[in-house]
Design a protein around this ligand. Structure first.
Ligand code: SAH
Length: 252
């Protein structure tokens, strides 16, 4: 047994049916290499090893690493004893990959931002987050949870909320429910606008989400006309495509 460590976000899933359902959500279309993040005691690993993929596992906890070494000896050098947040994905993998995991909740947004930074090789991601974060990532315009992480993720990925998981199926149980999502990279990751400005527009707009974009984006628009009706809107009303359009207007 591995003693759950709170500071590493360790909540071990106990229910094998749910583990199988998560693993089955991975389409693995067009990829060979799959990286499991935070394998813990390997409940997902066991099902992943049955799939026709080349599985790698990354885990920060040395006690879990020892456990995994003993139980899944076939992983051998594909078991990486490292911090996912510091791991250089594109240095290690040369082709498109998929990520999967019951992600540690304390670093969930950092995981999403790392996926976005590595969108050129991360074709797919299936993962469990705390329910509220999973919902935010997948939210549509007009929804009150629609925000920065929704727009930035959905600019490059189709994001689908798959199912909710009860806190009761973990040891120890977390305080909140969990949600499993799937991200599938879009055919093109070219936004047709300046990516850096796009990010700035989205972040600045949502910083004052009750205001119209004409008011909230003042710091970015002093050199341009803001006549366009798009500036009458509030950020939560804009689709990804409209944020792209807005970025192009501001870029001039
Ligand atoms: N997959 C297991 C464990 C989930 S708990 C299960 O479903 O039961 C989250 C796991 O992520 C823990 O094992 C924890 O040690 C690991 N972890 C936390 N931070 C990490 C990081 N930065 N890099 C890699 N693994 C991490």
């Amino acid at each position: 047994m591995v003693k759950p460590k709170k500071y590493l976000g360790q909540h071990f899933l106990k229910d094998k049916n749910i583990a199988e359902k998560i693993v089955n959500a991975l389409s693995a279309n067009g990829i060979n290499d799959v990286l499991e993040i935070g394998a813990g005691t390997g409940i997902l690993t066991e099902f992943l090893l049955k799939k026709d993929i080349n599985l790698f596992v990354i885990e920060i906890d040395t006690e879990s690493i020892d456990y995994l070494k003993q139980h899944f000896f076939e992983l051998k050098e594909r078991l990486l004893s490292e911090d996912f947040l510091k791991f250089k994905l594109s240095g290690f993998f040369k082709n498109d990959i998929a990520l999967i995991g019951n992600f540690p909740y304390n670093i969930s947004s950092q995981i999403v931002f790392k996926i976005l930074e590595n969108k050129h090789i991360v074709k797919e991601a299936v993962g469990m987050f705390q329910k509220e974060v999973a919902e935010r990532i997948c939210a549509s315009p007009g929804n009150k949870t629609y925000g920065i992480i929704s727009v930035l993720t959905q600019a490059y990925y189709e994001a689908e909320y798959l199912f909710t998981v009860s806190e009761k199926v973990f040891y120890p149980p977390p305080k909140v429910k969990s949600g499993v999502i799937r991200l599938l990279r879009k055919d093109s990751v070219n936004l047709n606008c300046d990516d850096v400005l796009f990010k700035k527009v989205v972040k600045t707009g949502f910083n004052q989400r009750r205001k119209t974009l004409r008011n909230s984006l003042k710091s970015l628009t002093h050199n341009i006309e803001t006549e366009n009706v798009i500036f009458n809107k509030r950020p939560e009303q804009l689709s990804v495509e409209e944020f792209v359009e807005l970025t192009r207007i501001i870029y001039g």
